[in-house]
Ligand binder design. Structure first.
Ligand code: NAP
Ligand code: F7E
Length: 348
């Protein structure tokens, strides 16, 4: 039986990946941070909370990452933990460097010292491309990061390459384009929309405030994307892979489609609020994942319309069950309206 360590097991991808690895017979370990309120709802939602072993560790604390690797004795490390919200990286740019960039070095150094035979997956991102031309981006497209988050991820991308080339570690970058699901955090635009649409259709909310409606993204379905992480580490040689659907759609299209699912006209409810505009935004991302299709034998089956429908229907069902008094693990009831959060970019 193989051991896998997932940093960031409490996040969207961490939970789905844990579920996948358990189904493949792995012993799954995951790191979590001590928070004043525990955040295990995704693992509970997937009904795997009791099947994974949790290890307290924080990316800013090298010793905790080192002992996470020591006690789990992993064959494979999936490094997913990061401050992953691009908007927040403009509010906490130093944290982006500490956590999202230097965190990678802390994990890689631990692997190098403890057991360089451990295979390593780095959660790289389409944000590395930033504002280039809107052509399908692949492994050869130059990077042009456009946020503190993306700059931190660029550092992580190169550290992964350096440890592969310099120390012979089996280290892979998954350059994943946006991937979403009902387990997506509520601050990301897709889930913000699906949750608002569900509430509006049930009379629990009356409008939806958004920022840049013209931004275009290549949105896929998260449970399908975590499979690529595993596939990369099963190849004969380590490499870097773009993972995407190949389609691109605007935020406006996502909103239109989401309101359509509940037979409502998006224009009656959506307002643009400049507090949700970023100092710098990536205008268009569209991936070319031919290499992954060729070498990993992977291709996505859930495309845009189905993704929107899955997310809206799940949020609708949660709110309907909530109104009937059903209690279940779920994030939305305690999430504050973003318009009431005061940040550097969301100032009142
Ligand atoms: P997510 O839901 O935000 O999960 C992030 C995870 O990182 C959480 O478990 C979080 O713990 C943990 N974390 C944050 N700061 C930490 C710290 N200082 N020490 C230890 N753990 C910390 O993100 P995701 O969507 O699953 O994404 C997974 C990874 O893929 C991230 O690295 C992200 O940047 C990258 N990525 C995501 C996408 C996407 O579209 N989803 C695309 C490309 C790349 P808490 O639960 O305690 O906050
Ligand atoms: O924004 C625009 C926003 O925050 C998408 C992370 O997983 O994917 C994610 O990063 C677009 C941007 O995701 C609102 O300006 C408009 O253009 O959902 P998002 P992201 O920034 O693309 C990449 C691949 C990652 O690696 C990241 O970890 O939507 N937008 N109005 C809005 N965005 C938000 N959040 N909220 C709005 O109201």
């Amino acid at each position: 039986m193989k051991n896998a360590l997932i940093t960031g097991i409490t996040g969207q991808d961490g939970a789905y990946l844990a579920q996948l690895l358990l189904s493949k017979g792995y012993r799954v370990f995951g790191t979590y941070r001590r928070l004043s309120t525990p955040n295990f709802w995704r693992l509970q939602y997937l009904d795997i909370f009791d099947r994974v072993t949790l290890i307290p560790a924080d990316l800013v604390d090298s010793s905790s990452m080192m002992s996470a690797i020591n006690v789990s004795a992993p064959d494979e490390v999936y490094h997913l933990a990061a401050q992953s919200f691009v908007g927040a990286s403009f509010d906490q740019p130093v944290g982006a460097g500490e956590i999202t960039a230097l965190g990678v070095t802390r994990v890689l150094e631990s692997i190098r010292e403890i057991n360089p035979a451990i295979k390593f997956y780095q959660a790289s991102t389409s944000e590395l491309y930033g504002n280039g031309n809107c052509v399908p981006q692949n492994e050869q497209t130059p990077f042009h990061p456009s946020s503190p988050y993306a700059a931190a991820k660029l550092y992580g991308y190169w550290l992964t390459t350096i440890y592969r080339e310099g120390y012979g570690i089996f280290a892979c970058n998954g350059i994943l384009f946006n991937h979403e699901s009902p387990l997506r955090g509520l601050e990301f635009v897709t889930r913000k929309i699906s949750n608002a649409v569900a509430k509006i259709s049930l009379g629990l909310q009356d409008r939806l405030l958004l920022g840049n409606l013209e931004a275009k993204r290549d949105w896929g379905y998260a449970p399908e994307y975590v499979e690529c992480m595993w596939l990369m580490l099963q190849q004969d040689k380590p490499g870097d892979y773009v993972i995407s659907t190949g389609e691109t759609h605007s935020v406006k299209e996502f909103a239109l489609k989401a309101f359509e699912v509940v037979d409502l006209d998006w224009q009656k409810y959506v307002e643009v609020d400049e507090r949700f505009l970023r100092p710098l935004d990536v205008e268009c991302l569209q991936g070319d994942s031919s290499k992954a299709r060729r070498e990993l034998g992977w291709q996505p089956s859930v495309k845009f319309d189905e993704l929107v429908e899955i997310m809206v229907r799940e949020d609708l069902s949660r709110w309907e069950r909530c109104r009937r008094g059903e209690a279940f693990p779920w994030d939305a009831p305690s999430y504050p309206s973003e318009a009431r959060i005061l940040t550097r970019s969301l100032h009142v």
